[in-house]
Write a protein that binds this ligand. Structure first.
Ligand code: NDP
Ligand code: MG
Length: 379
């Protein structure tokens, strides 16, 4: 059988690194034919050497004059979009962080490719456009997000969305799950970066601490599984062993579980519809801590509730939520604002008239506009 050809975007990030491990373990099944990074060209070159990757792209144009290499490198977003249209590959794995990932998801779908999607921001901003395009071009959209992979796995063998009462997205609750609301003013960056169960890139680590991440995932689930927001529940499960659940109308609940390791959903997305031997550690269930579940405290984590509201409103509201969050998180990571300012910035920016059924250009221009506004107001 010929190898599955992967175009891996965001190869140098946390998901990218786990993908490289999965591909190394299954080098007889997968090959990476294109890898991209934005800044981190050293790791990109290292991966290219280890895995013999023929096409490399660096999306940050400014690095063009600084990088010397005897290999051909493609620079800039437009060049990468062109490659996605012209290269021969089987699946696009989009592990770019933030709204920058949207145009690549669209390019992959436009050129009729299956997508393994880590970049949840794509679906949050343009879920209607993406799901329509995937259907029209008969492309698979396979989530890498562990919760959504869990739900997809629970739905295998069931006709999707038939007989579902609701889905239950689990959330670890992040580093502040046990903190009191009155102590949130004292949170500093260092506390925020200590995620209790997952090791991830900086943006999603902050998103997990504010639980904006779970809000984004609610919107992601709405689009992926075609469910009403009322059918999506969020539950705190601090041990991150059960990755999500589906409750059916007959009262049965199916869940998917394992140690928290992104190699499992990444590999599932790449091997689908097959299952292949694990690249992650098997779960010793007798060694697990007690598995507990409790409700979200919306006073502590209002961004989950706000995400439901913007998701229901649709139009450009999810884009505003996402863009203001992304900009605020970037300011927080540079220690320019406080943790509690992230929420305030998002709320302030949502005070804007909605636009129904926005096209891609409108979405991208709103994203840019909101981010610029957040950055200029902070300076
Ligand atoms: P990282 O920050 O670790 O990596 C991001 C990757 O995107 C890097 O390769 C980076 O390149 C590249 N990148 C950054 N900015 C741009 C840009 N403007 N244009 C093109 N490429 C860019 O992120 P994660 O791997 O943690 O997350 C990636 C995506 O996966 C996010 O959407 C996240 O929400 C999602 N996800 C992540 C999970 C995790 O466990 N990490 C779990 C579930 C979902 P460079 O290294 O050169 O800067
Ligand atoms: Mg997740």
């Amino acid at each position: 059988m010929s190898k599955k050809k992967i175009a891996l975007l965001g190869a140098t990030g946390s998901i990218g690194k786990s993908t490289i491990e999965v591909v190394k373990k299954h080098s007889n099944k997968f090959e990476i034919i294109l890898a991209s990074s934005h800044n981190n060209y050293k790791n990109l070159f290292e991966y290219a050497k280890q895995l013999n990757i023929p096409n490399l792209a660096i999306t940050n144009e400014n690095l063009r004059s600084k990088i010397k290499s005897d290999k051909k490198i493609y620079f800039g977003e437009d060049k990468l979009l062109e490659l996605l249209n012209n290269l021969d590959y089987d699946i696009l794995l989009n592990a770019v962080v933030g709204s920058a990932g949207l145009r690549y998801t669209i390019a992959g779908l436009q050129s009729k490719h299956n997508i393994a999607l880590a970049n949840k921001e794509s679906l949050v901003m343009a879920g209607d456009i993406i799901t329509k395009m995937a259907k029209k071009n008969e492309c698979r959209l396979i989530p890498i997000d562990s919760e959504h992979s869990a739900i997809m796995q629970c739905l295998l063998g069931n006709s999707l969305s038939f007989g579902i009462r609701k889905i239950i997205l689990t959330a670890s609750g992040g580093p502040f799950n046990n903190w009191k609301l009155e102590d949130f003013d004292k949170i500093i960056l260092k506390d925020t970066l200590k995620h209790p169960t997952w090791n991830m890139g900086p943006k999603i680590t902050i998103d997990s601490a504010t639980m904006a991440n779970k809000g984004l995932e609610v919107i992601e689930a709405h689009h992926l599984f075609g469910l009403k927001y009322e059918q999506i529940e969020v539950v705190i499960h601090p041990q991150s062993i059960i990755h999500s659940m589906v409750e059916f109308i007959d009262g049965s609940i199916l869940s998917q579980m394992s140690y928290p390791d992104m190699k499992i959903p990444i590999q599932f997305a790449l091997s689908y519809p097959e299952r292949i031997p694990a690249s992650a550690q098997f779960t010793d269930i007798t060694s697990l801590p007690d598995l507990t579940f409790h409700k979200v405290d919306y006073d502590k984590f209002p961004l989950v509730k706000i995400a439901y509201q913007v998701g229901k409103a649709g139009g450009i509201m999810p884009t505003i939520f996402n863009a203001s969050n992304e900009a605020a998180v970037s300011l927080f990571l540079r220690e320019k604002i406080e943790f509690t300012d992230i929420r305030k910035i998002i709320e302030r920016n949502l005070d804007k008239p909605n636009i129904a059924n926005p096209d891609l250009e409108t979405i991208l221009s709103i994203d840019k506009e909101v981010k610029e506004k957040v950055f200029t107001t902070a300076n």
